[in-house]
Design a protein around this ligand. Sequence first.
Ligand code: ATP
Length: 308
Amino acid sequence: MTSIVKLEHLSHKYASAWAIRDINMLIGQTGIMGLLGSNGAGKSTTMNIMCGALKQTEGEVFINGINMRQQPELAKQQIGFLPQQAPLYMDLTVAEYLRYCAELRAIPSSGIKAALGAAMERCGVAHYANRLIRNLSGGYRQRVGIAQAIIHEPKLVVLDEPTNGLDPNQITEVRGLIREIARERAVIFSSHILSEVQVLCDEVTMIEGGRVVFADSMDAFNNYIAPHSILMEMENPPAANTLLTIPGITSVEFSTPRKARIFFSGDQEIVEALVAASVQQGWRLRGIQLEKNALDEIFKQLSKQSAQ
Ligand SMILES: Nc1ncnc2c1ncn2[C@@H]1O[C@H](COP(=O)(O)OP(=O)(O)OP(=O)(O)O)[C@@H](O)[C@H]1O
C-alpha cells in the first residue's frame, strides 16, 4: 500500500541557515505518528513543507503518491492541517467559520451542511455552533481548529503542537479527539513533550538539530529510553565491589558516602534484588529510585548516535 506521506531528502534553508537537513520519512495510512523534538528542532518547518504551506529548498514530498511540487492542489486535498497558530477568525461564529473553511476546501454547496454537521459533531462543538470563536475557551478553540482540519474528510491530518497552552483537562479532551479522528486516517502530531507523544502515538520520529535522530515504533522508543540506573540512599552502604557482585549491575558511582548511582543492564527486577540484599546485609536502605532519562539527555544521546 502507498504510504500516506513520503519525504525524500527534504532540506530547508531560511535566509542563510539550514533549519532541516536530509529528512526522510515514510508514514502509513492509519495511526498516530508523533514528531518529537525540542524547541527549534525543525518540526514546524517539516510540517509546513509537508502540508504545502512552505516550499522546500531541496527534496520531495509525496502525499499518497502525489508529488507536492508537481501537483500541489491534488496533494493538499488529501491533507487537513492545524498549524501551530490555529487559523481562526475570532469575529465569526463556529458555524460561519467552518462554512467558510468548507467553501475554501471546495466542498460542493449541496454537501456543505452535512460536512459542517459531521465535523462539529465529531469535534464536540455542535452546541457552540452560533457562538463567536472569540468567546470560546482555549480547548474549544482548538477543537474548532481540528474541525476545520477534518471538514473535507482528508486521509491525513497534521497537527502542530495541538495541545500547547491548554490546561490539563483540555489536554485530555483534545487527546481523546485526536485518537478518535485517527481511527480512519493517519494523524501526524508534533510535540516537544515526551509524555505527550508517549500516551498518544503508535510511531515516533524524533528530530534534533534539523535531522531525524530516531524513527521507530513507540514500543521500540520506550524500550530504548527505559531506565538503566538506580539511585540508592543507605545509612550503612556496602563497598562498590559488594554491589558489583549482584548479577546485572555494571557499575557503581558514589555521589556522597551514602548515595550511590547504580548502573544496570537487563530488566528492572534488579530493584528487588537490591532491596533483598540490603535487608540481608543491613545496608539500612533510606531510598531507592529508578532514574528516568531526561528528554534533553535522550536528545543528546540520539543526536550523538546519528552523527556517528
Ligand atoms: N521564518 C523563519 N525565518 C528564519 N528562521 C526560521 C524561521 N522559522 C523557523 N526558523 C528557524 O528554523 C529552525 C527550526 O524551526 P522550527 O520552527 O521548524 O522548529 P520547531 O521544532 O517547530 O520548534 P518550535 O517547537 O519552537 O516551534 C529554528 O532554528 C528556527 O529559529
